[in-house]
Write a new protein. Structure first.
Length: 172
């Protein structure tokens, strides 16, 4: 059996939550785009898996290094260099930048660490931001305490937290 046939079991996104996100965006006739680093496209996959996604999901971009974050999303490179491009400010710039890049109402940005590295003090954390109409509505840090988890498990934890936060903002 080809590996892609079991993609839903490999990436167990909360389908009920995704459906509610899609319904809110459709109801309000709003669009969304995603900029990722640490989650390497998993939020994009989640958004694209929602029924009728083509009516609200504008697209996404994965940028792993500072030059690409600057070039495509307008992240300020000097400040990004000081924090290895992992901060609330960088996540906010990514959310605003992807919204502008794709012409969407909403933008999500996420950057962080999914494996222990010296630059993070061997800690696992990520910053995400949610922007709406050129204004950041949420900017938060996520901590992951289990350093023994696989990179994919850490990423999935971040994805689910961002989706829950997006749903909360959309529903308020």
């Amino acid at each position: 059996m080809p590996a892609f046939t079991n993609i839903c079991t490999m990436l167990p996104f909360d389908q009920k939550l995704l459906s509610e996100i899609g319904k809110e965006l459709l109801k309000n006739e709003q669009t969304i785009a995603v900029a990722e680093s640490v989650t390497t496209g998993m939020i994009q996959q989640a958004m694209g898996s929602i029924k009728d996604a083509m009516q609200f999901y504008q697209g996404g971009i994965t940028t792993y290094n500072i030059p690409q974050k600057f070039r495509h999303l307008g992240v300020e490179p000097i400040a990004a260099e000081k924090c290895n491009a992992v901060s609330g400010a960088v996540a906010s710039q990514m959310a605003l930048g992807v919204s502008a890049l794709f012409g969407s109402h909403w933008g999500i940005g996420i950057t962080g660490y999914a494996s222990p590295v010296p630059e993070s003090g061997n800690r696992l954390f990520a910053y995400f931001a949610i922007a709406f109409r050129k204004k950041v509505l949420a900017e938060k840090i996520l901590h992951h305490r289990k350093k023994t988890d696989s990179v994919a498990d850490v990423q999935l934890t971040y994805v689910n937290a961002v989706l829950a936060a997006l749903h909360k903002v959309l529903s308020s």
